[in-house]
Design a protein around this ligand. Sequence first.
Ligand code: 5GP
Ligand code: ZN
Length: 114
Amino acid sequence: MSDCIFCKIAAGQIPSDKILETDDLLAFRDINPQAPVHVLIIPKKHIASAMDLAASDAGLLAKLLEGAQQIARQHRLDATGFRLVTNHGAQAGQSVFHLHFHLLGGRSMRWPPG
Ligand code: 5GP
Ligand code: ZN
């Protein structure tokens, strides 16, 4: 999508602090981190949100989750804990309409989230 900021990051047209890249996904540090580790994991293919995932995206979704596992291990968060979240729509505060998982860790988290 030509006017999507995360498509531009995936295409390398906008710089990002990359953590992991494969043919299908990119993970990079959030520009406004909410925890010591705050990484965004996105598919390179444009999908607006979790509501636009289809059964045919099952393999892609598994790869995104495997990417999250790899990044969690790299940062030793598998031992201490982390949160993996995706926002959909206004009440959840979605601000970028390209599917992304936030991987947050490195501090204690409250539940329920605000
Ligand atoms: P959302 O609110 O849609 O769940 O999350 C969007 C996230 O993208 C926010 O945490 C925001 O800080 C991050 N973000 C927005 N624009 C950029 C950018 O240009 N680069 C990076 N690295 N993160 C961004
Ligand atoms: Zn996009």
